[in-house]
Design a protein around this ligand. Structure first.
Ligand code: FCX
Length: 437
């Protein structure tokens, strides 16, 4: 069977040709206009980036190389004994645009497991960090430190050809994805379970199977399957979101994949982005504390208004691009509904009930362009139900996942020879000058 590297070697020349043709024949074609609102409004909606692995439709949600989430759930290989798509199947799809065979995805699992151990100095570095340093800060530090062994950086120093950039980038990307479970689980152990042993990486397990095992939840098949789905689903959400864009921007300077992804993690750590899943749980638990578990729709409505009138956002609702309920939210909710135990869970029921009320309240509030839930509205509640209750840790799981899309883009950006990013900025005076002219 063809390996990931062999498949990419076949796919890349075709894409390089496509890019050449686009440049040659359409460089001057107009696909949109730049308005002052784009410059003042966080570039929302501005068509300004090339991103191969996925495209986000405001109404349908994300598609990975054209495949919707339900499509992926049907065609992407699962782990032995499981039903949900694995992280490595998703990585393969994102990287190559092709659905891997079961054998290909297992082969990738094996490679990742073989490369999964951390260098001793990174273990020592993580162990030296204070337990009250946010887990996301720790993850970024750990990922950045892995760049001591960057193959891209070493080859760059020796002087490699531009055409070789992507091959070394790919090696770093595989190493990085492989080491994320050990890194993320060590942080969990150090912060929340000090003194306990970490399981060794099992060479026969998939990436998320190992991650779950290292976290101490390996015996919980339902949680492990949920994590597989969660991590595959969060893998990529086109290029303009803050974490993906950060990784791409930093990578465009030819910083290696470790430094690029470390930077992305600090964008993900913001409460308007990935940290929202921690915030959702904090907010739902505060609601439960204040109004109890057996709540009516009116109780939730009143609580939502208190949040909004307090000048806060409702975490887990709204989106920069999406204008309908997030299909990732729906897929995770369907997972909960398919497991009787989860259906009965008070926190999952509360998330559901909030979904029944919040869109109307947000519509009445009248500010957000999207009153519907995003993925963060539900992603933490299953973790919480099964005893992974340390919600400051939740964004780390998102961080393990988002690497799949970010590293894919790093490989493609180097394969396509994309340049260093350098958009033009203006002061308000200069902008007024532009408007007058
Ligand atoms: N609750 C209250 N107000 C909201 C809101 C929400 N959930 N979502 C948006 N608004 C407000 C905005 O704050 C803005 O107010 P302003 O005009 O006073 O500044 C107004 O509505 C217009 O914002 P809008 O254009 O709809 O949304 P943006 O593209 O600016 O922002 C995010 C998108 C996601 C940042 C925004 O909806 C939000 O803050 N949501 C809550 C946090 C969250 O769930 N983030 C996770 C998003 C995502 F899935 C992820 O990255 O993980």
């Amino acid at each position: 069977t063809q390996s990931l590297r062999e498949t990419l070697k076949e796919v890349i020349p075709r894409k390089q040709e496509q890019l050449k043709k686009l440049k040659l024949e359409h460089s001057q074609a107009v696909v949109g206009e730049v308005k002052v609102e784009h410059i003042l409004g966080g570039m929302r909606g501005l068509k300004a980036m090339l991103w191969e692995a996925s495209v986000l439709d405001p109404n349908e949600g994300i598609r990975f190389h054209g495949l919707s989430i339900p499509d992926c759930q049907k065609v992407l290989p699962s782990a032995p004994g499981g039903k949900e798509m694995t992280a490595e199947s998703m990585l393969w799809l994102l990287m190559t645009g092709q659905v891997p065979t079961v054998e290909q995805s297992r082969e990738l699992s094996r490679e990742l497991a073989e490369k999964g151990d951390l260098p001793a100095f990174v273990e020592e570095l993580l162990d030296s960090l204070p337990a009250n340093l946010h887990p996301m800060t720790q993850l970024g530090i750990g990922v950045a430190a892995l760049n001591r062994d960057s193959k891209f950086q070493a080859a760059y120093e020796k002087g490699m050809k531009k055409s070789e950039y992507w091959t070394y980038t790919l090696e770093d990307c595989i190493d990085l994805v492989a080491k994320l479970p050990a890194l993320a689980a060590r942080i969990y152990r150090n912060v929340y379970k000090p003194g306990t042993d970490l399981a060794p990486i099992d060479k026969n397990l998939d990436l998320v199977g190992n991650y779950s095992n290292l976290l101490g939840f390996g015996n919980n098949q339902t949680l492990t399957e949920y994590l597989r789905l969660y991590i595959a689903l969060h893998g990529d959400h086109e290029g303009g979101n803050a974490s993906a864009h950060t990784s791409h921007l930093v990578g465009s300077t030819l910083s290696d994949p470790y430094l690029s992804y470390s930077a992305a993690l600090y964008a993900l750590a913001g409460p308007l982005h990935g940290l929202a899943n921690q915030e959702v749980l904090r907010w739902q638990l505060a609601m439960q504390e204040e109004i109890g578990t057996n709540v009516s729709h009116d109780d939730i409505k009143a609580y939502l208004w208190r949040t909004l009138k307090g000048g806060q956002v409702v975490p887990g609702y709204g989106h920069g691009v999406l204008r309908k309920p997030d299909p990732r939210f729906i897929a995770l909710q369907e997972f909960c509904q398919s497991i009787p135990e989860l259906k009965q869970s008070s926190i999952i029921q509360l998330v559901n009930k909030t979904f029944e009320v919040a869109p109307d309240v947000l519509k009445e509030h009248g500010k957000t362009k999207n009153p519907y839930p995003n993925v963060d509205a539900t992603s933490g509640c299953v973790l919480y139900h099964y005893g992974l209750t340390e919600f400051k840790y939740y964004t780390v799981i998102f961080g393990v996942s988002r690497a799949l899309g970010a590293v894919t883009q790093l490989v493609w950006a180097r394969a396509l020879g994309l340049p260093i990013e350098r958009p033009k900025s203006y002061s308000m005076d200069a902008l007024e000058g532009l408007i007058k002219n």
